[in-house]
Design a protein around this ligand. Structure first.
Ligand code: HEC
Ligand code: HEC
Ligand code: HEC
Ligand code: HEC
Ligand code: HEC
Ligand code: HEC
Ligand code: HEC
Ligand code: HEC
Ligand code: HEC
Ligand code: HEC
Length: 334
């Protein structure tokens, strides 16, 4: 059973405000004195801003909210927040339940249709994104969100509620807006959705991984919100055999896997950026190679078809492109 919220007892309700309100009061008094002394100062607007409404409001308790928002209350009661907040010590923010996120609600009760009187997170909300996020970050600062300030999502004015919907348990974990991580991201990242549908792709649509295996949507120390220090370190995490060490290293592999591979998907095999031999030839001009193409007979279907145009092209001979450990593997032949 849900714990009943304490009745609005003035002694309790005003207590957590003391530290916050007292300096405001001082400000008000000095402001008032100032207003009296210089009568030209503009009069205060009669319509309270959200900030003013919030400062004036008191907590009313979740039962009051539930009396009008029955459906929201029902859906919410299955979430992680509902479970945890239920056990919170009285007078902590978590014990405020609905009002931990939506702010004190007494002003909202006076005029529910005036969205200036309640912290809201939906599209029509009048609460600035920065304030919305600050509310969540009170309890969720740090950890995976250590790089949230300055991340491209933060810079592009995303709110926590673009990806999270704490009002219902729509996903197994993480209170997401969709039933999976990938679906949540695809809502905005259509191009990446297309990339994962290409002929060769990371097994993400197959459910073997999700965007957060490689990205931290809350921000990271690397570019593109990657959750590893370098691209290669990211790839080695799952393809550790490519890490080596190798006696004979192939320079572009050490430098960056994306010299040859796409990260999400490609219409060439093995997520390659282009087909062989063009891939290899984009860096290796064939001058001096013992097997240069010289005659039309060397084309596929000719009298002596060239190995570079058949099967695995250059890799018919240079098999170990990621590096070789064979004593005579200097040309990656074995
Ligand atoms: C007297 C009934 C009533 C009570 C009690 C009430 N609300 Fe509301 N609330 C409404 C109505 C009606 C609306 C819709 C206003 C509109 O559609 O313009 C609303 C809107 C909201 C919204 C904005 C929804 C949006 O579109 O973003 C939020 C958030 C909200 N209420 C939260 C609360 C919370 C939290 C409490 C408890 C502190 C609460 N309400 C108590 C009637 C109530
Ligand atoms: C953990 C923070 C949090 C708590 C606790 C919370 N809400 Fe919300 N609420 C949100 C967010 C975020 C949204 C916006 C969801 C969206 O994008 O649709 C929201 C949306 C709403 C809306 C708008 C309609 C909707 O569902 O989108 C109402 C009404 C509302 N909340 C009422 C409540 C009530 C009543 C409670 C307590 C039973 C409550 N909220 C508890 C964060 C919270
Ligand atoms: C009063 C503190 C508080 C506030 C405010 C708050 N949360 Fe939480 N939240 C918690 C606690 C406690 C948990 C459960 C423990 C944990 O997983 O860290 C939690 C869990 C979560 C989870 C993980 C749920 C899961 O199923 O794993 C998400 C996601 C989340 N909160 C998002 C939000 C968002 C978004 C907001 C703002 C709209 C918000 N929280 C506001 C305290 C808070
Ligand atoms: C671009 C989408 C996106 C945005 C924006 C976003 N999140 Fe998340 N968040 C996720 C995803 C996806 C997960 C699940 C990841 C996982 O399980 O590792 C998650 C997980 C979480 C969790 C639970 C796991 C943990 O880290 O403890 C919390 C709490 C959370 N987010 C809070 C927030 C807060 C607070 C904000 C706003 C400052 C925010 N998120 C903004 C996508 C987002
Ligand atoms: C509400 C829309 C929205 C959602 C949902 C969203 N993103 Fe984004 N994302 C953006 C915007 C806007 C940018 C910045 C502009 C751009 O680069 O396209 C961005 C940028 C990125 C970038 C590139 C960052 C950079 O610095 O180049 C990555 C990676 C990314 N998002 C991953 C994710 C992941 C993973 C998810 C799901 C957990 C997600 N996004 C969900 C809107 C969204
Ligand atoms: C196997 C790891 C991996 C997975 C899984 C992954 N990404 Fe990426 N993603 C990358 C890498 C690596 C880059 C950096 C590409 C670069 O630097 O050119 C990147 C770049 C991006 C960018 C920046 C624009 C671009 O294409 O360069 C966005 C946006 C993005 N990813 C979104 C997503 C989304 C959304 C998902 C999930 C549907 C996802 N990624 C899954 C590795 C991954
Ligand atoms: C979270 C683990 C994970 C990470 C990180 C990861 N991969 Fe993969 N990768 C896989 C899995 C799983 C497969 C599928 C293997 C299979 O089907 O046998 C795969 C397949 C591949 C394939 C073969 C695709 C095909 O069609 O044959 C290539 C190439 C590849 N990954 C390159 C990369 C590169 C480059 C990176 C770094 C940007 C990377 N991977 C990061 C898990 C990962
Ligand atoms: C010089 C170009 C090049 C670079 C750089 C490169 N690869 Fe590859 N990779 C290939 C080619 C060509 C294939 C397909 C032929 C084959 O299977 O050897 C391939 C295939 C793969 C495969 C699938 C087949 C297998 O061997 O498991 C994986 C996984 C892979 N690469 C991972 C990586 C990783 C991780 C990196 C970075 C450390 C990387 N590649 C860097 C050219 C490259
Ligand atoms: C991004 C550029 C790049 C791509 C793409 C590339 N290589 Fe290389 N490759 C290099 C560099 C740089 C070296 C080192 C050259 C040196 O040490 O003189 C090298 C060395 C080699 C060597 C050894 C040469 C020697 O002198 O010992 C062979 C063989 C080779 N690559 C084959 C391939 C094949 C086959 C492919 C296609 C699958 C390929 N390379 C794709 C840049 C590339
Ligand atoms: C029929 C086998 C075969 C094929 C196919 C082949 N190579 Fe070679 N390649 C060799 C042999 C053998 C050597 C060693 C020659 C030497 O040591 O003098 C060599 C040497 C090289 C070298 C290092 C020395 C040099 O001449 O620059 C590079 C780079 C190279 N190959 C790239 C390629 C590329 C790129 C392709 C595809 C366009 C390719 N090879 C296709 C057999 C082959």
């Amino acid at each position: 059973m849900r714990k009943k919220n304490p009745a609005p007892n003035p002694q309790f309700i005003s207590f957590p405000f003391l530290g916050f309100r007292y300096p405001r009061l001082l400000l008000w008094v000095s402001g008032l004195l100032l207003a009296i002394s210089c009568s030209e100062l503009p009069k205060q607007s009669s319509q309270p801003s959200l900030h003013e409404a919030q400062a004036a409001a008191d907590y009313v308790g979740e039962q009051v909210c539930a009396s009008c928002h029955q459906l929201e209350f029902q859906h919410w009661s299955h979430t992680a927040h509902a479970n945890i907040f239920q056990q919170a010590t009285a007078q902590t923010l978590a014990a405020r339940s609905c009002e931990a996120c939506h702010g004190p609600g007494s002003e909202h009760l006076i005029n529910p249709t005036d969205l200036n009187r309640i912290v809201a997170f939906t599209r029509r909300s009048l609460t600035p994104i920065k304030q919305q996020n600050a509310i969540c970050l009170q309890c969720h600062r740090g950890g995976k969100r250590i790089h949230w300030p300055g991340s491209s999502h933060q810079n592009n004015d995303l709110s926590c509620s673009d990806c999270h919907n704490p009002m219902a348990k729509l996903s197994r974990q993480g209170l997401l807006t969709e039933n999976s991580i990938n679906q949540t991201c695809f809502n905005c990242h259509q191009q990446q959705r297309a990339e994962f549908r290409k002929r060769s792709h990371m097994p993400l649509p197959e459910g073997k991984m999700s965007c957060v295996d490689c990205h931290n949507p809350h921000g990271s120390a690397n570019s593109a919100l990657l959750n590893a220090l370098t691209i290669n370190q990211l790839c080695y995490r799952c393809h550790s055999e490519k890490r080596g060490p190798f006696i004979w290293e192939h320079a572009p592999v050490r430098e960056n896997c994306l010299n040859c591979h796409q990260a999400h998907g490609s219409n060439h095999e093995s997520l390659l950026v282009t087909t062989r031999p063009f891939l290899c030839q984009s860096c290796h001009s064939n001058r001096g190679h013992p097997n240069d193409l010289l005659t039309t007979g060397q084309l596929p279907g000719g009298s002596l078809p060239d190995a570079r145009l058949m099967n695995r092209s250059c890799q018919n001979c240079h098999l170990q492109v990621h590096g070789s450990n064979h004593p005579s593997g200097v040309r990656f032949h074995r």
